[in-house]
Design a protein around this ligand. Structure first.
Ligand code: HEM
Length: 129
């Protein structure tokens, strides 16, 4: 009997058929963005230190920043920081009770933070290039 019940359990080993809700995706991205921002601090502080060290150091920082690949990384860091900041503000609005903790509000506010981040990412693209 026990064996039969086990066999009838629904199993889904095809991971590609699993669809995460938008709120789950943003939750994972929020954590990942926090870790990336933490690691990015090292790069940004190093670049700031280099640019402030001497006039030559500043020129070196300008040359480093002139590279397309470096610009892509900087644009990525700025976009991820914007996502984390906007997502963080959403978290705090929920914590302080300004946003309802319902599924509908959670989904709507998630789309809104994605939208605001998208606008910021375009702005950062214009700024960096
Ligand atoms: C140096 C910049 C920052 C770093 C390295 C950083 C890193 C992190 C990390 C690693 C987490 C944990 C994420 C998780 O457990 O899912 C976190 C959470 C959080 N961050 Fe940031 N963060 C930064 C800036 C900001 C800013 C600017 C805001 C502003 C709004 C913010 C708001 C929050 C909030 C509200 C949480 C907690 C969310 C919760 O309740 O689970 N963070 N941060």
């Amino acid at each position: 009997m026990g064996k039969k019940v086990k066999k009838q359990r629904p199993v889904n080993l095809d991971l590609l058929t699993i669809r995460f809700p938008i709120t789950a995706i943003s939750s994972i991205l929020f954590r990942v963005s926090g870790v990336i921002v933490f690691m990015a601090l090292g790069i940004l502080l190093w670049l700031l230190d280099l640019s402030l060290s001497s006039p030559e150091g500043f020129k070196r920082a300008v040359v480093i920043m002139d590279c397309f690949f470096v610009k892509c990384i900087l644009w990525g860091i700025m976009t991820i920081l914007a996502f984390h900041t906007i997502g963080g503000i959403r978290h705090m609005l929920m914590d302080f009770g300004y946003l309802d903790k319902t599924l509908a509000v959670g989904r709507q506010s998630t789309w809104i933070i994605f939208g605001i981040t998208f606008v910021f990412s375009i702005f950062f693209g214009v700024l960096v290039w």
